[in-house]
Design a protein around this ligand. Structure first.
Ligand code: HEM
Length: 416
């Protein structure tokens, strides 16, 4: 998901989204938290969500100063994710990202959503994606560790976690190595929408200028990359136009880059802030997959997902919701609901969450990138454990995950 919803670490952008009307809440005795503005470092977010969830599974909150609805209970959230009538999935994205990203299946509904999701499938499942998963991911992780040669300490956010996911997407697209850094800058800049619309538009235009000739070239001579697969995609005789291909490539960055970046940062925080977890996984590689599932439950990067309610008044779990109100899907709260998970605040390497995990948004919008995301986390962890087994954090507090919408560490000062 997510370009456009980075505002938890960026109050100005949040205000832009919702038109910031000031901090008045809707009734009630409790101070309402503003999930677009507050930083919620470390466990603070989870404590706040737990106390709200204990009162009711659906309640009131603020989003950039505006009254909003907050869904924290597991059962309520699982229902909300599948309820396209009361919580139409595309509406929020039409405001927060479509103006710069273009029209994609993310901002479509029903039949059209299904058709375009099929047309864009090669971006998530194709030979190029397979090849990336088989060898490309490990190569990227090794290259980034190679660049640390000769040093004993670094900010692993700047040098590793903030780079992997962008490189993965660039390589799937076939961007040449010498253009990767500048391409990453454009992608990061484009994700600044709506906080900095001008800069975001300039960066989106640069991505377009760069990719347009490549799309034309792949139409003439297809290769084994994602652009070629998108050019050739066919669903019931429908094909993607150049603009549609460009929009779906931008979508890969908005939905797939920051999410996986933050998941990787949270994974390193979870394992290194209590270093016996790291030691345990060093000794038991077979348990790493489970640790990643537990991370996605315990500190998921899309902690609170903003949706808009239907453009008419609706009711949900006894709460009346005015038309087109921001409804905050608190995945982080549902993933720690004690009605569903035993001892939910504990990071438990043995836990099996199975289908109860809501981190990839169950229902018709189930994340199509979840397989790639899980592989990235697994491979990155394997490479770090192999190459830097003595890795440890120099400043645990500085590495705490921050934010509520997208949530991850800003810095990971580490040594090895
Ligand atoms: C750990 C990493 C990730 C997490 C936690 C995550 C989470 C999510 C969630 C919660 C949704 C549902 C959004 C909604 O209902 O509005 C979603 C949708 C989506 N994700 Fe992911 N995602 C991750 C990685 C990725 C990656 C790597 C890609 C692409 C390469 C990706 C592409 C997408 C797309 C395109 C959608 C929109 C689906 C639709 O509208 O049908 N995601 N993701």
């Amino acid at each position: 998901m997510r370009g456009g919803f980075r505002q938890a670490r960026d109050p100005v952008g949040a205000a832009t989204i919702a038109g910031a009307k000031g901090g008045r809440g809707i009734g009630g005795l409790h101070r309402l938290a503003d999930f677009a503005v507050e930083v919620f470092e470390g466990e603070r977010l989870h404590r706040e969500l737990a106390s709200i969830r204990a009162r009711a599974p659906v309640s009131h909150a603020l989003f950039a100063g505006q009254p909003a609805i907050l869904i924290t209970g597991h059962q309520a959230l699982a229902e909300a994710f599948r309820d396209n009538e009361r919580f139409p999935p595309a509406d929020a994205y039409r405001i927060t990202i479509e103006p710069v990203q273009g029209v994609t299946f993310q901002t479509m509904e029903d039949e059209q959503h299904r058709l375009y999701r099929r047309l864009a499938t090669p971006a998530f499942r194709s030979r190029a994606v397979d090849a990336m998963e088989q060898e490309g991911l490990a190569r990227i992780a090794h290259e980034l560790v190679d660049r640390l040669a000769g040093t004993r300490q670094a900010d692993l956010a700047a040098s590793f976690t903030h780079r992997v996911a962008f490189l993965v997407i660039s390589r799937m697209l076939g961007i040449p190595a010498h253009r990767e850094d500048v391409f990453r800058d454009w992608a990061v800049g484009f994700l600044e929408y709506p906080r900095d619309p001008e800069h975001s538009r300039r960066c989106a235009a640069q991505i377009t200028d760069y990719l347009q000739p490549i799309i034309a070239q792949r139409r003439r001579e297809p290769r084994d990359d994602v652009v070629s697969a998108l050019v050739m995609a066919d669903a019931d005789g429908h094909h993607l136009t150049d603009e549609e291909i460009l929009a779906h490539i931008r979508l890969l960055f908005s939905a797939g880059a920051s999410t996986t970046t933050d998941a990787l940062g949270n994974l390193l925080y979870a394992l290194l802030s209590e270093r016996e977890r790291w030691e345990c996984l060093l000794a038991a590689p077979a348990q790493r997959g489970n640790a990643i599932e537990e991370l996605l439950r315990w500190e998921t990067p899309v902690a609170v997902l903003p949706r808009l309610s239907a453009p008419r008044p609706v009711e949900f779990f006894g709460v009346g919701i005015p038309p087109a109100t921001f409804c905050l899907f608190a995945i982080a709260a549902a993933n720690r609901d004690p009605a569903v998970f035993d001892d939910p605040d504990r990071f438990d390497l043995e836990r099996d969450s199975g289908k109860k995990l809501l981190s990839f948004g169950p229902g018709p919008r189930l994340c199509p990138g979840m397989h790639l995301a899980r592989r990235q986390l697994t491979v990155a962890l394997d490479v770090l454990m192999e190459r830097l087994p003595d890795l440890h954090l120099l400043d645990v507090d500085a590495a705490r995950p921050r934010g509520a919408i997208l949530r991850g560490p800003a810095r990971l000062p580490a040594a090895w």
